[in-house]
Ligand binder design. Structure first.
Ligand code: PLP
Length: 296
């Protein structure tokens, strides 16, 4: 998926031209993965660019920094202001993706992170669908999500995404669109960059936070929408075999939005088309991101 270049990237306090947003090859984060990031979507409603759940994303970004003992000289209010200014400066008039990243830059040699300064950059560029909107064929991965005791799963840590890229590469080489990772105990965890939901006997299930998931902001919104629509939502451990017999399954994520899962490990999910509950939730989410439903 190509990245569409925009005019500016905000970096360490200033807006710099896209091509000048560079870092040193000996940056700590490049070698050891010592960075945290966010993924945020902004939706163009024909007149305005509306950023979905911006405060929640900035809060998670700052929490990720805190977990990794990093800090920035900016408050959440200032970061929000910078993001909104960046969108204006880039004159984005289409649905877009915003990528803040904070990382350890060039400093001392060695694993001790404290000798390397924390740098920060924010990019924003147009982005359409991340996964196929009509639904995806997925496989369960041979790679497991790293448990929280080894890699903080509530932080969006750069280094943690190596597991996701291995799972995604494996899925792609085997001809699937996406991978589902199990946790270290063997229960379902999540997709390479998405949370997962199943529908069994009309009840909506999603994996719990102790299944090493990233606590998705879309996941939270979808739970809220589903409960408001009168569906029962249960967060519990899910067996791999339940994935093979469920009526519906779908991913949620900022990039993936709600993506129906039509096939898992060569077994058809439901009747192989987008499920009824998935369609209802997707329809409501698509209005919510455009600010058309006030309570969301
Ligand atoms: C590993 C992982 N899980 C879940 C999600 C979904 O989180 P959100 O809905 O906050 O984008 C993402 C995307 O950020 C992710 O990378």
């Amino acid at each position: 998926m190509p990245i569409e270049k925009t005019d500016y990237i905000w970096m360490d306090g200033e807006f710099v031209p896209w091509d000048e947003a560079k870092i040193h090859v000996l940056s700590h984060a490049l070698h050891y993965g010592t960075g945290v990031f966010e993924g945020i979507r902004a939706y163009w409603d024909g007149e305005n660019l509306l950023v979905f759940r911006l405060e929640d994303h900035v809060r998670r970004f700052l929490n990720s920094l805190k977990i990794h003992l990093m800090s920035l000289p900016y408050s959440s209010k200032e970061l929000i202001e910078i993001i909104l200014t960046l969108l204006k400066k880039n004159r984005l008039r289409t649905s877009s993706y915003i990528r803040p990243i904070a990382f350890r830059g060039l400093g001392e040699f060695g694993l001790n992170p404290f000798g390397s300064p924390v740098q920060c950059a924010i990019a924003a560029f147009p982005l359409g669908a991340y996964l196929k909107g009509e639904g995806v064929r997925v496989c369960t991965s041979t790679w497991r999500r790293i448990p929280d005791e080894s890699m903080p799963s509530t932080a969006k840590t750069c280094g943690a995404y190596v597991t996701s890229t291995l799972a995604k590469a494996e899925a792609s080489m085997r001809g699937f669109d996406e991978a589902i990772l199990l946790d270290s105990r063997g229960f379902l965890s999540e997709g390479s960059g998405e949370n997962i939901f199943l529908v069994i006997d009309g009840v909506i299930y999603t994996t719990p936070i102790y299944a090493s998931i990233l606590q998705g902001i879309t996941r939270k919104t979808v739970i809220e929408i589903a409960e408001d629509e009168g569906f029962k939502v249960v967060e519990r451990d899910i067996l791999k075999s339940e994935l093979y017999t469920c009526e519906e399954a779908f991913f949620t994520g900022t990039a993936a939005e709600i993506t129906p899962i039509l096939e898992v490990d060569n077994r058809t999910v439901g009747d192989g088309s987008i499920g009824r509950i998935t369609s209802i939730l997707r329809e409501i989410l698509s209005k919510a991101v455009l600010g058309k439903i006030e309570k969301y």
